[in-house]
Design a protein. Structure first.
Length: 242
């Protein structure tokens, strides 16, 4: 592979799902790709600007009660079920599959994320990236990108560079792409300096990495636009950051 330099050599690192940090509570089953909460590993604190990639299953009636954040761009992607969001900006929304949601904590925001159902589970991936501006006005944005996802290619979900149809990140060097790939379909990962590919569902073949199952991730550094192929229905979330 071409590319890379002395500070950022070309790397393709595969991280298997069962090797992630794991939190189990009566209402929550959560897998953490990076250090989070009580799970600390100084060698695993993020990839590029992405510092949280939590794969959460919340049981009926459960959820994250009101708590605060500041100076963080938080993107929530629901895979199954419905998630009820409330925050201190006055926002009250329900997030379901196909909706892109971004919350900018800025100088400080309080919010809750609860399962909208008393009986059914909700599964989501919550991702945090560092902003390029500190102390901004807290804000919230949500968009329906279901039609774009149906195209079967990678589409922008959240972007700091103005990609059409994506919610806006306060980070000019970050884009989140999502792809719902059908059998015998292929896409290409973005050729960014740091790319984090997470398999949310199904299984894919990633060029130079091999087979990736649900829960697996690949951390790419200056690896170029690698091919992603699916032979079964699969869903991937791909961060491209500086």
């Amino acid at each position: 592979m071409a590319g890379g330099d002395d500070n950022h050599p070309v790397t393709v690192e595969v991280c298997r799902g069962p090797e992630r940090f794991h939190t189990v509570l009566p209402w929550l089953d959560s897998w953490h790709s990076f250090s989070f909460g009580e799970h600390r590993d100084p060698s695993n604190v993020g990839h590029g600007l992405l510092i949280v990639n939590n794969d959460d299953t919340i049981r009926g009636g459960g959820g994250f009660g009101e708590h605060g954040h500041r100076d963080m761009e938080i993107v929530t992607w629901v895979l199954e079920g419905a998630l009820e969001h409330r925050d201190s900006t006055g926002t009250h929304d329900v997030i379901v599959p196909g909706l892109a949601q971004r919350m900018s904590a800025g100088r400080g925001i309080r919010h809750s994320e609860m399962n909208a159902s008393a009986t059914d589970t909700v599964r989501l991936v919550q991702m945090w990236v560092l902003p390029d501006t500190q102390g901004a006005e807290p804000s919230y944005e949500q968009r329906d990108i279901s039609d774009a996802l149906a195209s079967g290619v990678l589409v922008p979900v959240a972007s700091g560079r103005g990609d059409d149809g994506a919610v806006t990140l306060h980070q000019r060097d970050a884009v989140l792409w999502a792809g719902q790939l059908g059998p015998s379909t292929a896409a290409r990962a973005p050729a960014g300096p740091h790319v984090h590919l997470f398999v949310a569902r199904g299984e894919v073949e990633l060029e130079d990495a091999g087979s990736l199952a649900a829960g697996d991730a690949a951390r790419l550094t200056d690896a170029g636009a690698l091919a992603i192929r699916a032979d079964v229905n699969a869903e991937v979330l791909v961060w491209e950051t500086a």
